[in-house]
Design a protein around this ligand. Structure first.
Ligand code: 3PY
Length: 254
């Protein structure tokens, strides 16, 4: 049975001390709420990774991820962080392809494919984000956009590598806007994504791949979204910065 996953994306929030307190609170609050096949992940800024990965080892319920890596192994890339460096902190996951990175940092599908490869080489599991803009939705192009993002970003992987990754559908028009896709709109796209995976890798792989919903997901809308058959949890932005809200989202699966 595929995993149910709630992953927090802190984005560029929390100074060092605030992040350590938030993580400790979350680890403590979700302690008794995590069900059998559920995975909780916190994706923090780089500065917190080593400390919270050490705390995560003690708590055993929460794993840690980064929000970006460089596409090369090492070298003269001032200010950048490699997959190997992230992995050496104890972090196990990395968000790749978030729409904020695509839009503000010009990350293309081709670059993201390189980042996916280097992440897997160093044992980091990508949480790979895809999703359409408002214009693409209004123009009715969104299935094509999502198909292309899958084909260029992750469908070059072997079936065994593809089986390691997590996907997140994040409609760009629902990020930071307070708008959320309705459960039916989200389910329609999640089902489409699973169909594409099935066409490429077969039904067994499609059935085992966790596809998360992201985009203004909060304790109020999570129950309806997560009850959809092809939605396996959420990638949580703003609500992951409040331990109570994040825990309430984790508890949706109880
Ligand atoms: C949001 O909820 O706004 C996100 O971008 C989650 O990644």
């Amino acid at each position: 049975m595929r995993k149910k996953i709630v992953a927090g994306n802190w984005k560029m929030n929390m100074d060092y001390q605030e992040g350590i307190s938030l993580f400790s609170e979350v680890a403590n609050m979700v302690k008794d709420e995590v069900i059998g096949n559920q995975q909780i992940i916190v994706c923090s800024p780089f500065i917190h990774l080593h400390s919270i990965a050490s705390l995560a080892k003690e708590s055993e319920n929460v794993s840690v991820g980064a929000q970006n890596i460089h596409q090369e192994d090492a070298g003269a890339y001032t200010g950048e962080i490699s997959a190997k460096q992230v992995r050496s902190t104890g972090a196990e996951y990395v968000i790749l392809g978030h729409s904020e990175r695509r839009a503000y940092f010009g990350e293309s599908d081709e670059l993201l494919a390189q980042k996916v490869n280097i992440a897997l080489t160093h044992g980091l599991i990508p949480i790979f984000c895809i999703g359409e803009t408002r214009e693409e939705r209004e123009a009715g192009d969104f299935f094509d956009v999502i198909k292309t993002q899958l084909e260029k970003g992750v469908f070059h992987l072997s079936a065994s590598d593809f089986s390691k990754i997590i996907l997140a559908y994040e409609p760009v028009w629902a990020i930071g806007t307070g708008l959320t896709a309705s459960p039916e709109q989200a389910q329609e796209v999640h089902a489409f994504i699973r169909k594409q995976i099935e066409a490429k890798y077969g039904a067994a792989v499609a059935d085992e791949t966790s596809v998360l919903y992201g985009g203004s997901c909060n304790p109020k809308n999570a129950p309806d979204l997560f009850s959809q058959p092809d939605i396996d949890g959420g990638l949580i932005g703003g609500a992951s910065l409040k331990s109570r809200d994040f825990t309430d989202i984790v508890k949706v699966f109880n």
